[in-house]
Design a protein around this ligand. Structure first.
Ligand SMILES: [Zn+2]
Ligand SMILES: [Zn+2]
Length: 140
């Protein structure tokens, strides 16, 4: 296995699932949509992405929840930590199947991502106040 400074690991709360990414994520964002709130049990989710071929599960097996057909939320079946998000459909010209989206805070060192954008702020809880200069989008 090649180990470099661009290689990072992460995993779920209980440690049953571990994964590795082979580069620092090029994009990350906070999602305030209702589905993320429910799936994570939190006010919003912070997602990051790497090319799908640069994300690998190194321990355990991620369970999938497909409440919306074509949208799969991956989580640890033991502790419930939300780990991944995948969608079959093309959204606004983006082919989501090329990317591996994962919950940025599950990295061992979440500080390597630098999320700025807030998306789906139309679903944002009223008691979450964003900085006035934060890039915010009604939807994606
Ligand atoms: Zn777990
Ligand atoms: Zn969301």
């Amino acid at each position: 296995m090649m180990v470099s400074s661009t290689c990072h690991e992460g995993g779920c709360y209980c440690g049953a699932i571990r994964y590795r990414i082979d580069r620092v994520p090029e994009f990350s964002a906070h999602c305030h949509c209702r589905s993320c709130q429910m799936a994570l049990g939190g006010a919003f989710a912070t997602w990051a992405k790497v090319p799908a071929k640069e994300f690998s599960v190194t321990k355990g097996q991620i369970k999938q929840c497909e409440k919306t057909p074509g949208v799969r939320r991956g989580f640890c079946g033991d502790c419930g930590t939300t780990l991944t998000y995948a969608a079959d459909t093309e959204v606004e010209g983006q082919n989501w199947s090329q990317d591996a989206w994962f919950a940025a805070v599950t990295l061992d060192d979440p500080s390597i991502v630098a999320p700025q954008n807030h998306v789906f702020v139309s679903h944002k809880q009223p008691w979450i106040t964003l900085p006035a200069d934060a890039p915010a989008f009604e939807e994606f």
